[in-house]
Unconditional design. Structure first.
Length: 161
């Protein structure tokens, strides 16, 4: 029988996987040309949001102590700077591959992570701060990044016409 912690983690992982799958489905339904459009007037373009989500998920590798990010060079394009501030973005094809690559690797690590490890500190919190705030753990990263993904998925839905 599964413990409450194991059930909670499974529930949160299922939420993550469902949002990744919904995003995959939307990306598969959108053409490369549609991803060049803004989600609303004077807002981010789909290509930027795709790169942003992939870069944020890539950063999770380090935050969760799974290893170094696969493409740290994407931070400058999609995290540190707003859309349209850089002109040398990778192609939509490259970003689609990047998205799949990082999420496949995250899933591999998620499934290998033991229950207790989800409640350990993530790498951006010091041991001293974690002792005072044990909720700043790896599971909190999964929860916050799932919410982040859901938010941008909702924005990208406006690209479907």
């Amino acid at each position: 029988m599964k413990t409450q912690q194991e059930l909670t983690i499974r529930l949160l992982l299922d939420g993550w996987y469902n949002h990744v799958k919904r995003t995959d489905n939307l990306l598969n339904a959108l053409s490369d040309e549609q991803l060049q459009n803004e989600v609303a007037p004077n807002r981010n373009r789909g290509i930027y949001l795709l790169g942003h989500l992939a870069a944020v998920h890539d950063r999770m590798l380090g935050l969760l102590d799974f290893g170094k990010p696969l493409h740290p060079e994407m931070d400058d394009l999609f995290i540190l700077n707003p859309d349209k501030s850089k002109t040398n973005l990778p192609s939509v094809k490259e970003l689609r591959a990047y998205w799949t690559e990082v999420n496949t690797l995250l899933a591999k690590h998620f499934e290998a992570l033991q229950t207790n490890a989800w409640f350990e500190r993530h790498t951006s919190v010091s041991e001293e701060d974690f002792a005072k705030e044990p909720h700043r753990n790896k599971l909190s990263i999964l929860i916050s990044r799932t919410s982040h993904l859901a938010y941008h998925l909702g924005q990208m839905a406006f690209l479907k016409k």
